[in-house]
Design a protein around this ligand. Sequence first.
Ligand code: ATP
Length: 211
Amino acid sequence: MIGIFGGTFDPVHYGHLRSALEVKDIFGLTEVRLIPCANPPHREQPAVTAEMRLQMLELAIKKQPGLKIDTRELDRYDQHQAPSYMVDTLESLRQEFPADPLLLFIGTDAFKQLTGWHQWQRLFDYAHIVVMTRPGFETQKLDDFFKARLAVDIKELAQAPAGKLCFQQVTQLDISATAIRDIIATKQNPGFLLPDAVIEYIMQNKLYETH
Ligand code: ATP
C-alpha cells in the first residue's frame, strides 16, 4: 500500500510531516509519497519557485526513509505547462503500480472542497481517499456518493486497490504554511514549526521576507 500526500509545501512544515509519518504507521504503508504541486488550480500561485519548494522538501525528509518525494507534477508542468490535476497524478501512479492499493491523504479543509476538483469522482477509480481529521469531526453529512464508498474498517483499504473513503484521526498540529510565511514576513521566529534545515534554507535564500 502506497500513501500519497499532495501539497504546495510553500514551505513544508511539521503539520505535513507529522501526519505523513503517522498515517504511514497507522495504515502500514510501504512508503508515503510527498507530491509537490507545480501549478495548483485551486489557489494562488506559490510564493517561491518549484525548485526551491522541492529543495526544502528534500531537506525536511532526509532522515525519514519512509517518506519519498515524487516529482511527477513538477515534471509534467515542465513538459506541458498544464495545471496540476490530482486525477492525472493518480492515473500515472496507477500505471506505475497496477495492483497496489493507493491511499490519497487529504486534510479536512481539502475534503470540503473535493467536489470542486477536476473530475473528482474519477479519483476513486485510481485510489482510496483518506481524510485526516481532528477529534469530533462530523461524518454524518456525507452525500450518497461518499456514503456508498465509506469504509467501516480501515482493513477494507487493503482489500481493493481503490474506491473507498475513510476518515482517520491524526495528531493535529495547528500549523499552516500561510502562518509561517506571515511569521517570517513580520520578522518573528518560525522555530519549532518546521525543520531547522528548512528554516536555514529560507534564511539563506531570503524567502518569504515580504507578503
Ligand atoms: P497554505 O497555508 O499555503 O494553504 P498548507 O499549510 O495548508 O498551506 P498545503 O501544502 O497547501 O499546506 O497542504 C497540503 C496538504 O496538507 C493538504 O491536504 C492539507 O490539508 C494538509 N495540511 C496542511 N497543514 C496541515 C496540518 N497542520 N496538519 C495536517 N495536514 C495539513
